[in-house]
Design a protein around this ligand. Sequence first.
Ligand SMILES: Cc1cc2nc3c(=O)[nH]c(=O)nc-3n(C[C@H](O)[C@H](O)[C@H](O)COP(=O)(O)OP(=O)(O)OC[C@H]3O[C@@H](n4cnc5c(N)ncnc54)[C@H](O)[C@@H]3O)c2cc1C
Length: 450
Amino acid sequence: MNRYDVIIIGSGLGSLLCGYILSKEGFSVCILEKHSVPGGCLQSFRRGENSFDTGIHYIGSMLPGQTLHSYWKYFGLSQSLELEQMNKDCFDLISLDGSEFKLAQGFDHFTETLAGQFPASREFLGQYVSALKETVSAFPLYNFQLTDKHTKTAWMGTINSAWRLSHGSTQITDHLIEYISAAGGRVVTGREVKKISSLKNKFQVETAGHEMFVAGRIIAGIHPRSAIGILEPSLLKRSFQSRILSMENTVSSFGLYLGLKPGSFPYLDYNLYYHATRDAWAGQECKTEQWPGMYFMYTPSGSRHGEFTSALCILSTMCFEEVKRWEGTSTGKRGPDYKKFKSGYAEKLLKLVERKFPEIRSSINDMEISTPLTWRDYTGTPEGSMYGIRKESGNYIKTMILPHTKIPGFYFTGQNLNMHGAPGVTIGAIMTCDEILGLEYLFNKIRDAE
Ligand SMILES: Cc1cc2nc3c(=O)[nH]c(=O)nc-3n(C[C@H](O)[C@H](O)[C@H](O)COP(=O)(O)OP(=O)(O)OC[C@H]3O[C@@H](n4cnc5c(N)ncnc54)[C@H](O)[C@@H]3O)c2cc1C
């Protein structure tokens, strides 16, 4: 009963896109997800009338002809997603120590808007945009070019055009699962994969409930560190294992999900990146005493009521060490000290928010709080890391994860492979399926998609 051509572990964006491609190509596919809700960072959750996205809350390059639109047309996403274009004059507002800078959509508009604030730097801004375009053109997969090089990556294209997903990112999950199921594939939730072992040229997969699955190929859409933890040791080379274990992860986050009183807070058709100092990178590494050094704020698109919002999401970066003492606990059973920690840090974050929005506290109806442990437990990412393995731009090879491994038939996909985010993970899924179907064949299908 549980025999498939391909078993995919985890149901994040990368896994679902691989499931879509392979089901479309006639492979029997089964996706095993440990959580009761599929989607990983695509999950949304409801509190009262409000729905909050957890990970993906805005995407870029979704105008016809732009890169993500061209890729997602193949998946039927460009045609079916309900999107809301963000403010064309300012999709990201960057606040540095009280000074504000607007990032506008479209390369020319982006340059002109910033040149308005920095007239002496107009020429430099032009050079910056040219350098961005040159960099993008150097990545073959971004431009649908065949390549056998592994230095393939993608670039976040929000300067091209920036969009919110109306009604949240679960739209993506629902669409992809509907297709996979209609094509005969399965997406099974509540099945944590605990062990992968070899079985006569195939793989045997065992879940936490001792259910057995067999497949000729495995795609791990989970963090490589989690994957090596469930692979039978005899399948693993020690050098590969120690390389993966030595890789650092990106920082985690601490979040406030606020339900607001009617008519009390404006709907923002842009994101706000607020930095306490002029150093935009300082906030990331902030430890206890200085925390929080920054926050990111957005109003979910479904929360709009005329000019106002009924919901607000505020995220700050947070290192896992802050919650390490509770790492052995599970959701809802972390004890009173943890509750005190959460409310104390929520206070600190609200204090920073008050600098720009002095009335914020009187607007709050209810508040949900997430910490790095929430992330770890809901997405299965070690240390609750937001974007997985930290890539080193100066030494890309050092942190590069390839889609194929030394284990024949065992592949990786997801944000650790290539880059995080919608375009990075999409191109990662193409890289993974390239190993099975071939890139030229796949590109022809993607180009032909209506
Ligand atoms: C706070 C935050 C904000 C973000 N904002 C944006 C944004 O605005 N735009 C954007 O493009 N990107 C954004 N990103 C990045 C984006 O969400 C991710 O890069 C992407 O969704 C990751 O997809 P993935 O395929 O790697 O899988 P993940 O989303 O990491 O999912 C992995 C899945 O595997 C499951 N799993 C783990 N272990 C097992 C196991 N043993 N057995 C079975 N299942 C298992 C997990 O439960 C999870 O469902 C954001 C990320 C974060 C954290």
